[in-house]
Design a protein around this ligand. Structure first.
Ligand code: LIP
Length: 269
């Protein structure tokens, strides 16, 4: 029996979310702080998550849903790891909320579906610039229905790497990377950064202190577009907290070694 193609359904959910995000992008928003002044939520994040949860719960009452805002509200009630049984949806209603609240059109709704602990399908959709990145395990990745592939490797010295430059990030590692790669960009959204690696716009992406909903769909996009993702120290289960992640078109370990100052001789190209 052929495996179900989940993409049309997830894209439809993303389009529904996209309409709310677009309306919110053009309106005045109420911003609430979560863990810090730069970790925020708006009424539109909550509305998108509620609508997606309702849709998924109605269609698949037996599936679990892990979403950013509900996790915050329930103080991490989902637990530390994704269960390896059944279907689990992992949702970031607006990845790049700070961009969204500032009127910067770099943001996305990110929807991933896991089955028995493995990524099965994922969609990252930016409704402002209308880019829909989609992937299903074993079926490749697309941008607006066109097949995408990671960039051909032209060496570290020419690589463009997305990073985060928020205060809580690791400055020493950032400067080691800056010393070796061609250029760095801070997009403010993990989901879009991984989608851009998948589409060959970026060579790599590195960030620390994230959550699974920020990166889940993006991980599958990179893998299905021919790239690789490293979540250092990850065991068999996907953790809800992602301490560090490196996605690259080619050999993410090279970037990891530069960050940690390992195998320095090999990292010269
Ligand atoms: C954001 C990430 C971003 C990171 C922020 C935040 P949110 O997600 O995608 O890359 O630097 O700290 O976690 O909160 O906008 O969904």
């Amino acid at each position: 029996m052929q495996a179900k193609n989940w993409i049309p359904e997830i894209e439809e959910l993303a389009l529904t979310a996209g309409k709310i995000i677009q309306r919110g992008f053009e309106s005045t928003k109420t911003v609430h702080e979560k863990s810090s002044a730069m970790d925020i939520v708006t009424e539109f994040d909550t509305e998108v998550e509620n609508v997606l949860r309702k849709e998924i719960n109605t269609r698949y009452p037996e599936h679990l849903v892990l979403g950013e805002e509900e996790e915050f509200r329930t103080e991490g009630a989902f637990g530390a790891f994704l269960p390896r049984k059944g279907y689990v949806w992992v949702i970031d209603p607006i990845d790049g909320t700070l961009n969204f609240a500032s009127g910067i059109p770099l943001l996305a709704v990110s929807i991933a579906l896991f089955h028995e602990g493995e990524l099965l399908a994922g969609v990252v959709y930016n409704p402002i610039i209308k880019e829909m990145f989609s992937a299903q395990k074993g079926a490749g990745a697309t941008l607006n229905n066109q097949v995408i592939k990671v960039k051909k490797d032209s060496g570290l010295a020419r690589a463009i790497v997305a990073v985060s430059v928020a205060r809580r990030k690791k400055d020493l590692e950032l400067s080691r990377l800056a010393d070796k790669v061609g250029g760095m960009r801070a997009l403010g959204t993990a989901a879009v950064a991984l989608a851009y690696v998948a589409a060959g716009r970026l060579d790599a992406y590195w960030e620390v202190n994230l959550n699974l909903w920020d990166v889940a769909a993006g991980v599958l996009l990179v893998e299905e577009a021919g790239g690789e993702v490293m979540i250092p120290n990850q065991e068999r289960e996907y953790p809800v907290k992602i301490a560090e992640i490196i996605g690259a078109g080619n050999k993410p370990k090279r970037y990891y070694d530069v960050l940690k100052n390992e195998n320095n001789e090999q990292n010269k190209s």
